[in-house]
Design a protein around this ligand. Structure first.
Ligand SMILES: Nc1ncnc2c1ncn2[C@@H]1O[C@H](COP(=O)(O)OP(=O)(O)OP(=O)(O)O)[C@@H](O)[C@H]1O
Ligand SMILES: [Mg+2]
Length: 227
């Protein structure tokens, strides 16, 4: 097991916005990190330090200017956008600070849709969605649209959606940042429970040091690097 390739590996990742212009902003300059299977890792850094930028690059939502991104030992940088999208869909779950659920679809449909996009037959996708929603205590809310869910409920649906395709890696960008402390705690319990049960690997950006302390370790960012 220990010689299995890391689930996620970033090597010397650099990223600047507005490159070559007077307004150039260097955000990452040699960010390196390794996540092994089953690790639950907090990413803690001040606002503007580059947490979202790093998570978007790790989640194949953006490309670095230089450096390497590997998933399960496989280099993602040389892949076409199509293959990166397929890898993202099948292997990575992403939870944002806002739930970003599709407003005109029910909670269940929001968990079904990414599975259909990944080639899962509708019946199996629906069973999986119901299972997940039941697991996070939302069986009775499956038919609700996002507008008819509380913030904490909507974020639990977003967690289910992220896990729908049984990814190997969960990335979360301040997933409880919009919630009051008690609700944040509840959503976080659900998230940690699912990560632990499924042996998933997770990297979770948070400003909440109490939540960070409940993870296996904490990575800090400063000056474009990961400490
Ligand atoms: N599209 C963009 N164009 C120019 N600059 C950007 C862009 N996106 C982000 N930045 C800058 O990059 C820096 C890092 O932003 P990022 O969103 O990664 O920080 P963060 O650590 O996630 O902060 P927060 O805790 O507030 O979410 C910031 O200084 C930001 O202003
Ligand atoms: Mg951010």
């Amino acid at each position: 097991m220990s010689d299995a390739p890391p689930v996620l590996e970033l090597r010397e990742v650099a990223k600047a916005y507005n490159r070559g212009k007077p307004a150039e902003v260097t955000v990452l300059s040699g960010a390196t990190l390794t996540l092994r299977r089953g690790e639950l890792v907090a990413l803690v850094a001040p606002s503007g330090a580059g947490k979202s930028t790093l998570l978007h690059i790790a989640g194949l939502l953006d490309r670095p200017d230089s450096g390497t991104v590997r998933l399960g030992g496989e280099d993602m940088d040389g892949l076409s956008d199509r293959r990166r999208t397929a890898a993202r869909r099948g292997e990575i779950g992403f939870v944002y600070q806002a739930h970003h659920l599709l407003p005109e679809f029910s909670a269940e449909e929001n968990v079904v849709l990414p599975q259909l996009a990944n080639g899962t037959p509708r019946r199996a996708a629906r069973e999986r969605a119901r299972d997940l929603l039941g697991h996070v205590g939302l069986a009775a809310r499956a038919d609700h649209r996002p507008a008819a869910l509380s913030g904490g409920e909507a974020q639990r649906v977003a967690v289910c959606r992220a896990l729908a395709n049984r990814p190997r890696l969960l990335l979360a960008d301040e997933p409880t940042g919009n919630l009051d402390p008690a609700t944040a705690e509840n959503v976080f319990d659900v998230l940690i429970g699912l990560v632990r049960e499924t042996g998933l690997t997770a990297l979770i950006a948070t400003h909440n040091l109490d939540l960070a302390a409940r993870m296996d370790r904490t990575l800090r960012m400063a000056g474009g690097h990961v400490a």
